[in-house]
Structures are given as C-alpha cells and as structure tokens.
Design a binder for this molecule. Structure first.
Ligand code: PGA
Length: 246
C-alpha cells in the first residue's frame, strides 16, 4: 500500500510565539480526538522556516509529527554565504526536505538540473526529498502539462527519482484559492505515476488544499496526501486536513 502524507509548508511565516500557539493547539487536538489510531497511519510533517526547525523538532519529540525543511543547498559545506547544508538539517532531526518548489524555481531561478543535484545531496544525507513539480496556467492552456511534468521528473536519474516523494503542485493553484478539481488532479497524478520508476511511490497534491476540499481530493485513488501551504498555518485547519487523510 502507498504511504499517505500530510505535509505543511509554512513558507516564510510564523515566529516563536505563533509557533508555540500552533504547537499547543495541535497537542490538544491530538489528545481529544478518537480517530487517533487512524490518523497515526498518516505521516504528518511540518516544514517551518529553518530558524524554527529546532523549536519544532523539540516540540514534537513524543508526538508522531516529523519535521522537514523547505530548501537546502546542493553542496555539502563551504563558502556559500547564507546557505544551509543537509548535515545542518540532520542535526535538527529533519527527515524530509522540499525540493524544487515552484516559488524556488520562479523567484530564485532554480532549474531542473539544480533540483536534481539537491535531491542527490538530500538522499546522501539520509533524508527524504519531496520533489515538487507542476505546470503554469499558460502551459496547461497550451496542452503542455504532460511534457512539462515529464521534463521535471526525468531531469532526475531514475534510481534517484524512485526514492522521492512527488508533490504535484500546479503553479496556478498555489496560494490562489483555485485548487485543481479532484478529477483533474487525479488524472494528472495517473500520468505522473506512469512516468515514475516505482508504482508504489507516493504522489501528493498541493495547491489551495483546505479543510473544505481535502476529503474530496483524498477520495481520489491516485492522490496519496497533500502538501499544504496557507491552510497549514492554522492548527485546526491543518488537523482537519490530517483527519481527512485518515
Ligand atoms: P497553498 O500552497 O496551499 O497556499 O496553495 C501550497 C504550496 O505552495 O506548497
């Protein structure tokens, strides 16, 4: 059976006090819910901004919530001012790293090739990469979705690709409130699966996932969970999304 994931991508949001409030609320929600056993079958990961990895990794020591990073440098160490290495993430119990998010590709000019280098570095350090792929609105309108997704996937060598979690995030759905319909996402996931070296790889959907649309998305056979941005900043919304995946 394919593993289910609900992963929070906090992007550049939060601070010590807000994060503490989130942590406390999550702990309460966990204690009060009778679906706890089912929920625990879903791997829940929170990816805060890196200065808060320590805070989050300490907060969830005895709770089955893992910590991940939003980005990492492709080099092991050295003169790369402002960058963070895989070993540093590992020091903070990081088990997952988001790679190739469309914001990194668009705003920081990260290419498919750089994405592949980062993935290899993450795997070498013993962590799991979450490879984000997705087409722009114009690419979908021109019928180029499958070509774009295939290029993003095949930039990564197949023996490496098979160790990744894939997050399908159509760029036009990110932060817009305009999620893909469950059927559209499902059909695209089926195409992505046809391109993967291992049919049992988890493919998550991302792009305006909320507590309201999560159940319908997760009912689709090809959707193995979600990468959640905006809605993951609210503990109660995020928890409802976790419940929907259970
Ligand atoms: P969103 O972001 O849920 O706010 O659309 C998703 C993402 O960028 O991972």
């Amino acid at each position: 059976m394919r593993k289910r994931f609900v992963i929070a991508n906090w992007k550049m949001n939060g601070n010590l006090a807000q994060n503490n409030a989130f942590i406390e609320e999550m702990k309460q929600l966990k204690l009060s819910n009778s679906q706890q056993n089912k929920v625990s079958e879903t791997e829940v990961v929170i990816c805060p901004p890196s200065p808060y990895l320590f805070q989050l990794s300490q907060a969830f020591v005895n709770v089955p919530i893992r910590v991940g990073a939003q980005n990492v440098n492709q080099n092991a160490k050295g003169a790369f001012t402002g960058e963070i290495s895989c070993d540093m993430l590992w020091d903070f119990n990081c088990q997952y790293v988001i790679i190739g998010h469309s914001e990194r590709r668009a705003l920081y000019h990260e290419t498919n090739e750089l994405t592949a280098e980062k993935i290899i570095q993450v795997l070498t350090a013993g962590m799991t990469p979450i490879l984000c792929i997705g087409e722009s609105e114009a690419e979908r309108e021109h019928g180029h979705t499958e070509r774009v997704l295939a290029m993003q996937l095949h930039a990564v060598p197949s023996n490496v690709l098979k160790q990744c979690i894939i997050a399908y995030e159509p760029v036009w759905a990110i932060g817009t409130g305009k999620a893909a319909t469950p059927e559209m996402a499902n059909a695209t996931h089926a195409f992505i699966r046809s391109q993967l070296p291992d049919a049992s790889q988890s493919i998550l959907y991302g792009g305006s996932v909320t507590a309201q649309n999560a159940t319908a998305l997760f009912s689709m056979p090809e959707i193995d969970g979600a990468l959640v941005g905006g809605a993951s900043l609210s503990a109660s919304q995020f928890y409802q999304i976790i419940q929907a995946a259970a």
